[in-house]
Design a protein around this ligand. Structure first.
Ligand code: ATP
Length: 221
């Protein structure tokens, strides 16, 4: 069954989340208090409504209570963001992701019922710093405080070795969940060979992934 989402607040952040979800074929409804924002978004996401999410009745009317996951993307208006989160909680929405503009709002939103809190500037700054710290790290997604999903480029001089042989799971507690070979992604088996110029998609603690990067790219020399 397709997952349903409501994205509230169609600034740059909210719109970008909404478009991505729509491209992933999710059921999506968008709401913004501004007619102009809705007019701009509706060309790309047909299910857009004008509404004030601080009003419980408005959210009820659009059926927010039966939606799987709500994203509160109102950044600047703290009062509106708080009231919206509380309303969604009151309506029994199971997953509520709130965009916070400051890290010290994290605890407050959690107490109000948010199941996850995103600080976009912080998340992209952390991701950028981690990417540029190593030439081999191509993409970095922080899963939580300790864990990350990271794409690592395998050096040019790496000699083909099987995943069983590399044994990253036991050596570092890091899993290779995917390999991109000649631009094609696939889910590997232990006997598959990792080759020069492949890109590995790894999951593990941030510290251990750094060690894997050093290990793989040292093996290449
Ligand atoms: P961004 O940083 O994502 O570009 P922004 O700074 O342009 O956002 P914000 O003030 O963070 O704008 O608000 C994001 C959106 O939330 C705006 O389009 C605004 O109209 C909408 N919004 C604000 N209050 C409400 C509300 N009560 N109900 C619904 N939408 C709201």
């Amino acid at each position: 069954m397709r997952k349903s989402f409501i994205v509230i607040g169609l600034g740059r952040f909210g719109l970008s989340v909404a478009k991505t979800l729509a491209n992933l074929n999710c059921d999506i409804l968008c709401m913004d208090i501004s007619e102009e924002c809705v007019r701009d978004a509706i060309t790309e996401i047909p299910q857009c409504v004008i509404g004030d999410s601080t009003k419980l009745a408005t959210l009820k009317e659009v059926g927010a209570g039966s939606i799987d996951h709500a994203v509160v993307a109102i950044g600047n208006n703290l009062a509106a963001s708080i009231l919206t989160t509380m309303n969604l909680k009151t309506l029994g929405v199971k997953k509520i992701t709130v965009r916070a503009d400051r890290p010290n709002y994290y605890q407050m939103y959690k107490m109000l019922g948010a199941t996850s809190v995103i600080v976009p500037e912080e998340a992209s700054a952390v991701s950028l710093a981690n990417q540029i710290a190593s030439d081999a790290i191509l993409d970095y997604y922080s899963v939580d405080e300790n864990y990350a999903m990271v794409k690592i480029a395998v050096g040019e001089k790496f000699e083909a070795r099987s995943l069983v042989d590399l044994d990253l799971r036991n050596r570092f507690d890091v899993n290779i969940v995917g390999i991109i070979h000649n631009g094609q992604f696939y889910i590997p088996r232990g006997t598959d060979l990792l080759q020069a110029n492949d890109i590995v998609v790894t999951v593990g603690t941030k510290l251990k992934i750094r060690k894997v990067d050093a290990f793989i790219n040292q093996e290449a020399k």
